[in-house]
Design a protein around this ligand. Sequence first.
Ligand code: MN
Length: 255
Amino acid sequence: MAGAPAAFDFVAPAHWRAIDFISDLHLGAALPRTFDACAAHLRTTPADAVFILGDLFELWVGDEMRERAFERRCVDALAGAARRLTIGFMAGNRDFLVGADLMCDSGMIRLPDPTRLDAWGRVVLLSHGDALCLADRDYQAFRRQVRDAAWQSAFLARPLAERLAVAAEVRSASAARQRFDGDAAADIDRDEAARWLAAAGASTLVHGHTHRPGSEPVGPGLQRHVLSDWDLDRGLRAEVLRLTRDGFERIAPAS
Ligand code: MN
């Protein structure tokens, strides 16, 4: 069994009072209400930081996408917020091709997966979550392939229209889509999560990806907080997990 990946360290400044965690917004032009709620939260949250733990975008196949009308509005909302607070971005399985140009234009700081957050003496391990879904072997093989630097540079060298066509093909073929997203029934592997937590010296994991929000133990003395996905267009679902000195709370987005 391979060892747990080394976590990136992020130490929250002592004067911070709150950190918001969100993930799985799957922003796209087809979901305008979800975008509006996200933009409103970024504009008005009293938190010192918003950490986005993956799948901010429904799809990201290269930073040229930021020149398109909808994505430009996303960049403007992020950049506006980044002038006021810290915006952290961790890649998910939908937006792992976010590159340096988008990071620069949006003012976000990159959070590698996993990141070890130290906030007011509390250590929390942050991950999108897909890398922990070990039971889905097809997805893990696909993930290794598309996270490979050579595969990525070859893919990104293709014209944007071609990359979008490949993505559309994946989304229309259900077998390919399942490989792309992972099995919807899959959950994180608790033993692997325990190994990651032990390696990071943490007892709390925050992750998204599974779209099954909740907080529960994942082993003796270990707990996890699973983030909610957001969908205010087809459903009525959006939630922020906020960490303060007093602990975690689940709140509605600020508006
Ligand atoms: Mn995901």
